[in-house]
Write a protein that binds this ligand. Structure first.
Ligand code: SR1
Ligand code: MG
Length: 414
């Protein structure tokens, strides 16, 4: 056992220079390594290591929340769960997450594939870039990981073992429980929002019906362990080129509702959509916003299509067995439809909550934060907040992708 010590760009080559899983990727000549710390997330150190042979990422957990500092300690063991999550995602949807080269539990570090020339999807959306195949990729990822991490596919004993393994991770879900489900709805110390939003925020925090529905969704997030979720599937957790995408950063993985990742993802596309007037001029605005709406719509449709395919071809777990339906001459399709309706309804609710917390709680999105003019930012954030409210309150009325994008167009008018 080696005592944990945070790496720096200066110490990395000395400390990891003899790690064959790294040198076999980047080369043994450590003096030639180019090392950059590039972590722009809220929690960890991320180094790109480039050598004569190739490149790799070294990601190391810090013993505190990077965004806040050492006043908010966070256990290093979270790197263990991130590694476990990457292994499961790679098995449940191969080729969609970075390849792991090495894991060191004591140093809380993962050495993995450097995705290049991929860049963070959120930056592409702010810059107005398009990514081919994005919706198919994301909808399929959400469906496969949701289905294959559940008892629709897994053996009951394996699922229970895995749920109990992930139950050892306390502090990471606690961040989501506080920042996503609680803080936005009261005057929490860590909160901040654009000052011009005062009236809207007041209205939301006084809406008892809204807060009641949020608590219902919070309860299902906290107690429903039906599948392993990525847990933080936003556009900063996707890296893309113009034609290829990969999912990164499953450090918030836990067993949770099948609807959670889908809801988070759609929320982040909706925030990209509403923030566009702050990033581009009228001549390209409509066309680009419509492209984002198409991504939302196709992601949802792909999720349901892929889930249906898996239902029809891979239902090998204890839930909804064929013996109960087809073997008796019944169709299982009404049961599937009922499950998909529940997933869609919950996803819309989680979507609305994520839209609220990214505007009101601690961790905001660059989509809005990069808009310098606070009056412009507030007016766009208000659209986002009010649509979020409607999604939470009427989640069971959003029966298809068309209804969802029509609602977004309506709120986008201001
Ligand atoms: C203190 S961590 C804040 C946020 O960053 C992560 O990306 C998660 O979204 C978390 O809620
Ligand atoms: Mg992250």
């Amino acid at each position: 056992t080696t005592a944990y010590k945070a790496l720096t760009s200066d110490t990395l080559s000395t400390r990891l220079g003899e790690l064959t899983s790294l040198t076999s990727r980047v080369g043994t000549e450590t003096k030639d390594w180019k090392i950059q710390e590039v972590g722009d997330g809220n929690l960890n150190l991320v180094f790109i290591v480039e050598g004569s042979k190739g490149s790799a990422i070294v990601k190391q957990a810090l013993p505190y929340v990077r965004l806040v500092g050492d006043s908010w300690p966070l256990p290093l063991y979270r790197a263990y769960y991130e590694h476990e999550a990457l292994v499961r995602q790679a098995a449940r949807n191969p080729g969609t997450v970075p390849e792991i080269y090495h894991f060191d539990n004591d140093q809380a570090l993962i050495v993995m594939e450097f995705l290049s020339p991929h860049t963070i999807l959120r930056h592409k959306l702010i810059a107005g870039e398009r990514v081919q195949g994005l919706a198919t990729f994301l909808g399929t990822f959400c469906a496969r990981t949701a289905f294959r991490g559940s008892e629709l596919s897994m053996k009951s004993s394996d699922k229970k073992t895995d749920v109990s393994l992930f139950a050892g991770n306390i502090e990471i879900p606690a961040i989501t429980e506080a920042l996503v489900f609680s803080d936005p709805y009261f005057n929490a110390e860590r909160n901040h929002h654009t000052p011009e939003l005062g009236n809207v925020v007041n209205e939301l925090r006084h809406d008892v019906e809204l807060k009641t529905r949020v608590q219902e969704l919070f309860m299902s997030f906290a107690s429903n362990t039906e599948t392993m979720v990525h847990g933080d599937l936003h556009s900063g957790s996707v890296m893309s080129t113009a034609t290829d995408s990969m999912v990164i950063d499953p450090e918030f993985a836990q067993y949770g509702p099948m609807s959670f990742d889908l809801g988070m993802l759609i929320a982040n596309f909706l925030m990209a959509y509403f923030s566009q007037p702050g990033h581009r001029s009228e001549d390209t605005l409509d066309e680009y916003q419509e492209w984002i709406l198409a991504i939302i719509s196709e992601s949802l449709v792909t999720f349901e299509d892929e889930f249906t395919t898996l239902w029809n071809s891979e239902r090998t777990g204890m839930l909804y067995p064929a013996t109960l339906f087809e073997d008796q001459g019944h169709s299982s399709q009404p049961a599937l439809q009922s499950l998909l309706n529940r997933i869609r309804t919950e996803a819309m609710g989680y979507c609305g909550i994520e839209m609220h917390r990214r505007t009101l709680s601690l961790a905001h999105n660059a989509d809005f934060e990069e808009i310098k003019d606070s009056a412009v930012r507030a007016s766009l954030e208000a659209r986002n907040l009010m649509m979020g409210r409607e999604l939470i309150l009427t989640s069971d009325k959003i029966l298809d992708a068309g209804t969802l994008v029509a609602l977004a167009r309506q709120y986008n008018k201001g």
